[in-house]
Design a protein around this ligand. Structure first.
Ligand SMILES: NC(=O)c1ccc[n+]([C@@H]2O[C@H](COP(=O)([O-])OP(=O)(O)OC[C@H]3O[C@@H](n4cnc5c(N)ncnc54)[C@H](OP(=O)(O)O)[C@@H]3O)[C@@H](O)[C@H]2O)c1
Length: 247
């Protein structure tokens, strides 16, 4: 089976923001079922309407509350502001259970000098998420992907998506999810603790974007752009699982 054959059921918590809508649009276009979540059903309806306006009808998109979405999804995507994670996720922990959770959260603020990474006691937003939903298999991804690029669905994307996680199967599924978006390739970047370094690169990318008036992505030199070849490395060579304690 290739990644082209897999139809995932995705649920995006905080799916009404630009990143949630952008991912919903691209994943729906790739043939997945996407549940778009919000604190209020009206906002979820409006977000789905916005996505449909961009990509056209005939896709498998569903609005819902964050609780509906956590329940319906096979893979739960957390697209909340960092400041909202700690309050939003614990009430959803039972619905999430041991599902795969794809965390896209960047802990960041803007000050006089531009975007700045915010230190997280757990090490990274992804590790904080793991502590908040302890039974889930958290994977960190899409921190380096611009919502503006995702939402401009008629424009081609050409970018690698840096992905890390402690559960080999979960990380592999999310890497394929990235690679099912046209012009994107998921790149395995090690254990979940490496998310700290990926999240902290985002302010640099944003600064570059502002300076050059672009929406840059990352491309890792020398790595394949064929999804099957990319992910075969992980499948054959690296099956480590289990969270490593922080030093
Ligand atoms: N924007 C990008 O280009 C980009 C790129 C990479 C990663 N990210 C990361 O992805 C995440 C989402 O980004 P975004 O720009 O889409 O964020 P956002 O618009 O600020 O927030 C996303 C959604 O979260 C919900 N939310 C906001 N405050 C909340 C609160 N206090 N409690 C519970 N829910 C709350 C809102 O949905 P409802 O009001 O409908 O509940 C909102 O639409 C962030 O962590 C960001 O750092 C963003």
């Amino acid at each position: 089976m290739t990644s082209e054959d897999v139809r995932e059921v995705l649920g995006i918590i905080g799916g009404t923001g630009p990143q949630g809508r952008g991912l919903a649009a691209r994943w729906a276009m790739a043939g997945h079922t996407v549940h778009v979540g919000s604190r209020t059903r009206d906002k979820a309806d409006a977000a789905v309407a916005d996505v449909v306006e961009r990509i056209g009808p005939g896709h498998d998109l569903h609005p819902g509350t964050n609780a509906d979405v956590a329940d319906a999804a096979e893979i739960v995507v957390v697209a909340l502001p960092h400041t909202a994670q700690a309050d939003t996720l614990p009430p959803l922990a039972d619905a999430i259970g041991d599902k795969i959770v794809c965390n896209v959260v960047n802990p960041m603020v803007f000050d006089d000098l531009g975007p700045r990474a915010v230190p997280v006691p757990e090490g990274s937003a992804a590790e904080q998420c793991q502590d908040l939903v302890p039974d889930a298999r958290v994977v960190s991804a899409f921190h380096d992907v611009s919502s503006r690029r995702l939402l401009r669905v008629d424009e081609a994307i050409d970018t690698h998506v840096l992905i890390c996680g402690d559960d080999a199967e979960a990380t592999h599924r999310v890497a394929h999810l990235a690679s099912r978006i046209e012009g994107m390739w998921g790149v395995h970047c090690g254990p979940l603790r490496n998310s700290e370094y990926i999240e902290n690169v985002t302010p640099v990318i944003l600064w570059i974007n502002r300076y050059y008036k672009i929406q840059a992505g990352l491309l890792i030199d020398g790595i394949e752009r064929d999804p099957e070849a990319l992910h075969a490395h992980r499948a054959e060579g690296d099956t480590r699982a289990g969270r490593k304690p922080r030093a």
